[in-house]
Ligand binder design. Structure first.
Ligand code: SAM
Ligand code: SF4
Length: 332
């Protein structure tokens, strides 16, 4: 029987989201400021060796699924080799990647070969000009090339679109329309109102209910699908469409009750909730020559003190409250 860790609320923890870098080649305005970004010093990032040691330990403790995220994972040199090594870890059943798709197209055959199960591609609009306004970079064509490549190679593909008032709400229906012929899941994410500029902007307008109402006004026959266990998205389908539509209440936090995931930031901070400020720094422990047993104990302690939901985690923060850091330092 494989090992399985549980948190203090009895939830099995089997999913690690590992942000491999805080660097990115886009500047999505909901995620990063346009200028003046202070990247972490390279030596403060977890090295590949440290990440491999940590993943190996966590797989022994019951982690089965790994998501590689960032920043943009593919801006880090050696990423493909790292993925190849990860794919050889016994007991790790799934490796998924979240990417902006700008540097991914040429790597897709290799990603397929090493068994990457699923790719989440961030794409907030189907309009090249709007893409430029949102990301401040002219990379739309490369992202679309990646989308085509993923589909051509039969890699499960989910599109992540952050819904932004006054920016891309006109894209919602065309993006739902994509699910008619393509076997993709288009997931609309509530915008978390902070973008790394150290402030928290006023109020979420397009919450999960408004997003669904908007789609339902166009597709009154939209059907709710059963939620897979631990899903963060509520999933729907338009009858007759090949693909699916998901809505992720990232800010309303409706999914915390079944949360099975932990996060590690590029600097090695363990987060047992997206909304906490980090529980302990695994890189520091490793660099102080902690043994595997000491690392295991630190993880067990952290999971034995996990907040029950994102509201409690945010409330417990001692420093930045409410949350205002960039998702590029957390991994989304
Ligand atoms: N660079 C990669 C990408 O964009 O897919 C991976 C990292 S990115 C931080 C991960 C996810 O976080 C993306 O899907 C992005 O849209 C989402 N994200 C970033 N900032 C967000 C915010 N303020 N609200 C909601 N989602 C956000
Ligand atoms: Fe980069 Fe992803 Fe953040 Fe956009 S959302 S700036 S692609 S890390």
């Amino acid at each position: 029987m494989p090992n399985q860790i549980f948190d203090n609320h009895g939830r099995p923890i089997n999913y690690l989201r590992l942000a491999v870098t805080d660097r990115c080649n886009l500047r999505c305005f909901y995620c990063m400021p346009e200028e003046g970004i202070k990247y972490v010093d390279r030596q403060e990032l977890l090295s590949y060796e440290e990440m491999l040691r940590m993943v190996g330990l966590l797989v022994d403790m019951g982690i089965r699924k790994l998501r590689i995220t960032g920043g943009e994972p593919f801006v880090r040199r050696g990423m493909l080799e790292f993925l190849i090594t990860l794919s050889q870890i016994k007991g790790l059943e799934k490796i998924n990647i979240t990417t902006n798709g700008t540097l991914t197209a040429d790597l897709i055959p290799e990603l397929k070969r090493i068994g990457i199960s699923s790719v989440n591609l961030s794409l907030d609009t189907l309009d090249k000009e709007r893409f430029f306004q949102i990301t401040r970079r002219d990379e739309f064509d490369k992202v679309m090339q990646t989308l085509d490549g993923l589909l051509a190679h039969g890699i499960t593909t989910k599109i992540n679109a952050v819904v932004m008032d006054g920016k891309n709400t006109g894209d919602l229906i065309p993006m739902v329309e994509m699910t008619k012929d393509l076997p993709i899941s288009v997931r609309f994410i509530e915008e978390m109102p902070f973008n790394g500029e150290g402030n928290h902007y006023p109020k979420l307008i397009w919450n999960h209910k408004k997003i669904l109402d908007h789609i339902r006004a166009q597709y009154p026959n939209i059907e709710k699908l059963p939620d897979p266990p631990n899903s963060t998205s509520a999933n729907y389908q338009i009858p007759g469409h090949r693909g699916e539509v998901g809505i992720i209440a990232a800010y309303s936090r409706t999914f915390c009750g079944t949360c099975d995931r932990i996060r590690v930031t590029p600097q090695g901070m363990l987060k047992t909730c997206l909304y906490d400020e980090g529980v302990f720094n695994i890189k520091n422990l490793m660099r102080q020559e902690a043994t595997d047993e000491q690392l295991r104990t630190a993880f067990l302690e952290a999971l034995g003190n996990r907040a029950k939901d994102g509201w409690e985690a945010e409330q417990n923060r001692q420093f930045g409250h409410p949350v205002s850091e960039s998702m590029s330092t957390i991994g989304g």
